[in-house]
Design a protein around this ligand. Structure first.
Ligand code: ZN
Ligand code: ZN
Length: 371
C-alpha cells in the first residue's frame, strides 16, 4: 500500500556538523559511534552492523559484505560524505579504524553502548595508543530535536496507529482474546504501511491491566472490564506511541469509572502543560497532582512519559526527577495511569511534539471509554 502523503526527507547532512562542536567539551578529539541507531541518525545507514569513526575532518564507516552496496547507497542518498570501508571480518574493520584514528590522542566511546568485551579489545589492541574517553549522550542529545521530515514520519506512524485501532475496535465485542486484539493491531499497522510495531503491543484486560506492561495472553475480553491497549507503529524508522483504555459496554464497577475520569483529567492537564521552556518534571507534576488528589498517588506506578523518535524510549525523560527542559521539536509522550489489582488499569497516552508556543498532539484516536 502506498503512502497517502508525500513527506519531506529528514535532513541528515547537517548532523555531523552539529555533533563535532560537542566533542571537545566531552574531552575527546574524535568519537567512535557504536550505537547503531546513532550510526543511522548520523549517516542514513540502516544496516545491522557498523562502526562509525567521526574525526574532525572525515568520517569512516565500516561494515561487512552484506552491506557493500547498501552502505554506499544510503550514505550517498543522505548526502553524507563518509568513507565507506567494507571488510569481511570485524578484525579487518578494526584495522581500518585503527589506522584512521592513528593520530588521535583522545578517542571518545559511547559509554552506554560499548560492551565490556569491546572496551577491553579497543583499549588493548585496536586503539592502544589513544586514551579512551567515556562519553554520554552526545548523539542522543542531538536526536532530541526532530526536524520537519522526522516529525512527519512520526505523525504518519501515529495516523497509522489511529486507523489500526479504529479497524480493530469492532472485534472487541466478538469474544476475542487479548492476543487476538494485539495481533489485529500489528496486522493493521503493517497493512497500512508501517514497517512494524514500535514495541510489543500491549492488550491487558481486567486484572491483567493492573500490570502496566502486561503481555497479551489468551484471556478472553469480557464486557464491563477495562482494557488497556498500548501500541505504536514504525514509519521509516520513526516510532509512535499511544495508549487507550476501553470497555465493552459500561464498566462493571464505579471505581473503574472514577479511575477513567481521573486519568483523563490527569492526561489532559499534562498535555496542556507541554510547551517550550517548561521543565519536563513540571508535566509530571501536573499529571501526578490530579491522581494524588484522587487518593491514588501510590497507584501511578511509572513516570509520566518519555521522548520518542528512532527509538521508542529516548531523551528527554518526563518524570519527577528529570532535569530536561522541553524545546521546540522535542517529541514526548504523556501517559499517566492508575493501576489497582481489584479493578484493573487505566492508562491514556498521547505522543506530542513541542511547538513554538505549546504542543501538537500526533495521536488522535478517540478517548471514549465505551466501545
Ligand atoms: Zn505506550
Ligand atoms: Zn510510552
Amino acid at each position: 500500500m502506498t503512502r497517502s502523503v508525500h513527506m519531506a526527507e529528514p535532513e541528515i547532512t547537517g548532523r555531523l556538523g552539529r555533533l563535532r562542536p560537542s566533542l571537545d567539551g566531552a574531552g575527546c578529539d574524535a568519537l567512535l559511534v557504536t550505537n547503531l541507531v546513532n550510526v543511522r541518525y548520523l549517516t542514513g545507514f540502516t544496516g545491522s552492523a557498523a562502526l562509525l569513526l567521526v574525526l574532525a575532518d572525515a568520517v569512516v564507516l565500516t561494515t561487512d559484505g552484506r552491506y557493500r552496496d547498501q552502505a554506499a547507497e544510503q550514505t550517498a542518498a543522505a548526502g553524507v560524505d563518509a568513507t565507506v570501508e567494507v571488510r569481511p571480518t570485524l578484525a579487518a574493520q578494526h584495522e581500518v579504524l585503527a589506522s584512521a584514528a592513528s593520530g588521535i590522542a583522545r578517542l571518545g566511546l559511547e559509554a552506554e553502548s560499548v560492551t565490556w568485551a569491546q572496551q577491553r579489545r579497543f583499549a588493548a589492541d585496536v586503539f592502544a595508543t589513544a586514551s579512551l574517553v567515556p562519553t554520554d549522550g552526545l548523539v542522543e542529545d542531538l536526536r532530541r530535536v526532530k526536524d520537519a521530515g522526522e516529525v512527519e514520519r512520526m505523525a504518519e506512524a501515529a495516523r497509522i496507529a489511529d486507523e489500526a485501532l479504529a479497524a480493530v475496535i469492532p472485534l472487541l465485542g466478538q469474544g476475542v482474546t487479548e492476543r487476538e486484539v494485539a495481533l489485529g493491531l500489528d496486522y493493521e499497522m503493517r497493512r497500512l504501511g508501517a514497517s512494524g510495531s514500535s514495541f510489543e503491543t500491549i492488550v491487558a484486560s481486567g486484572p491483567n491491566g493492573a500490570k502496566p506492561h502486561a503481555r497479551p495472553t489468551d484471556r478472553r475480553i469480557e464486557p464491563g472490564e477495562l482494557v488497556v491497549i498500548d501500541f505504536g507503529a514504525i514509519v521509516d524508522g520513526y516510532c509512535s506511541d499511544m495508549t487507550r483504555t476501553v470497555c465493552i459496554g459500561e464498566p462493571a464497577d464505579d471505581t473503574a469509572l472514577r479511575m477513567v475520569a481521573v486519568v483523563r483529567e490527569s492526561q489532559r492537564e499534562g498535555v496542556a502543560a507541554v510547551a517550550p521552556g517548561v521543565r519536563a518534571r513540571e508535566v509530571d507534576d501536573k499529571c501526578r497532582a490530579v491522581i494524588t488528589e484522587a487518593g491514588w498517588a501510590d497507584a501511578f506506578l511509572h513516570g509520566t512519559g518519555h521522548g520518542v523518535g528512532l527509538e521508542i524510549h529516548e531523551a528527554p525523560r518526563v518524570g519527577s526527577t528529570s532535569e530536561d527542559v522541553l524545546a521546540p521539536g522535542h517529541v514526548v509522550t504523556v501517559e499517566p495511569g492508575v493501576y489497582l489489582a481489584e479493578h484493573g488499569g487505566v492508562r491514556i497516552e498521547d505522543t506530542v511534539v513541542v511547538t513554538d508556543d505549546g504542543c501538537r498532539v500526533l495521536t488522535n484516536a478517540p478517548k471514549e471509554l465505551v466501545v
